[in-house]
Write a protein that binds this ligand. Structure first.
Ligand code: ZN
Length: 312
């Protein structure tokens, strides 16, 4: 077996573990429902045991060269440190990289999950062949990541690319971070559901829980309220795209994540809005693409990160 990287993408409800070859192919993957314990030591045991169990099932007799763990929330990969994580609060402040590295006797890198996904799309997805790419990943929350000349830009303290918490409407709805009008408060699945509930007569729609997926399906079937809510979210995304383009001027802006995958109903108004905001002579150069790798992006990007940082 050639060198491979074990990549773990930790979400709030689901976790994905993948063995990824050094050239970016997902060789094996596993998914499970998260039920992380509350204190740090138990959490290290929980993650360590999951990783060991997965490795024992690989069945090749060969160990991966490194482990990469992607988290939602600001994460400082150089120090292996998680500042805070909206989905797994008990991760806050933990030096999880060095701790797990000691327990597993192998390098363990940590990174923001959107940064991992950005690296994956840049390497093997919608950004392949470009010099610079910014990824918006839109799901329950909104994340982002910048890759330029083959390198992830994490900033001085690891929070570069947190585009979900850039403010695009100063009097907009409250965000989970405590600010108002963040992109996440206008475009995420949670925001779309909240906006749709407000315009829906009766609010709860016969008691059936409403999801963003259902709202997109209704919009495709002609529900005017659903279309209007998605178009409005698309315009907010367009403001975010124009801001990123003016600030960083990437060669391509890629839209991914569960909501991003929903497609044209969201992205068409976003691109139209962004083109209207970008400096005139540059409008035709603005390139927006949909992500190609789906849920594998963060796993594949994790392997890229490990190969760059560890010189594999
Ligand atoms: Zn926010």
């Amino acid at each position: 077996m050639n060198a491979a990287i074990l990549c773990l993408d930790l979400g709030g409800t689901n976790a994905r573990l993948g063995l990824v070859s050094i050239d970016g192919r997902v060789l094996q993957r596993r998914r499970w429902k998260m039920s992380p314990p509350g204190n740090a030591d138990s959490l290290y045991d929980y993650l360590g045991n999951r990783i060991v169990r997965f490795m024992s099932g690989v069945g090749t007799g060969s160990r991966p060269a490194a482990v990469v763990i992607g988290f939602a929330g600001p994460t400082w990969s150089a120090g292996g440190y998680v500042y805070c994580s909206p989905n797994i609060g008990q991760l806050a402040g933990l030096n999880i990289g060095p701790e797990l590295s000691q327990r597993l006797s192998m390098p363990v890198l940590v990174a923001n999950d959107a940064n991992c996904a950005a690296l994956g799309e840049y390497w093997r997805g919608a950004g392949a062949g470009t010099g610079s790419m910014f990824l918006f990943t839109i799901g329950t929350g909104v994340g982002g990541g910048l890759v330029a000349d083959g390198e992830l830009w994490e900033g001085s303290a690891g929070i570069a690319g947190e585009v979900g918490h850039t403010v695009v409407a100063i009097d907009g709805p409250m965000c989970t971070c405590g600010s108002r009008g963040c992109l996440e408060a206008l475009v995420s699945a949670t925001a779309i559901v909240r906006a749709y509930r407000k315009v829906l007569p009766g609010g709860l729609d016969h008691g059936v829980p409403i999801t963003a997926k259902m709202i997109f399906a209704r919009a495709r079937h002609g529900d005017a309220a659903a279309r209007a809510v998605i178009a409005r979210a698309g315009k907010a995304l367009g403001v975010g795209i124009a801001n990123v383009y003016h600030l960083l001027n990437p060669e391509v802006i890629v839209i991914g994540g569960g909501v991003g995958r929903a497609g044209r109903l969201l992205i068409a108004p976003a691109v139209e809005m962004a083109r209207g905001l970008v400096f005139g002579p540059l409008r035709d150069r603005l390139r927006v693409s949909r992500a190609k790798l789906g849920d594998d992006a963060a796993l594949i990007g994790g392997a890229y990160l490990a190969s760059r940082k560890l010189g594999l």
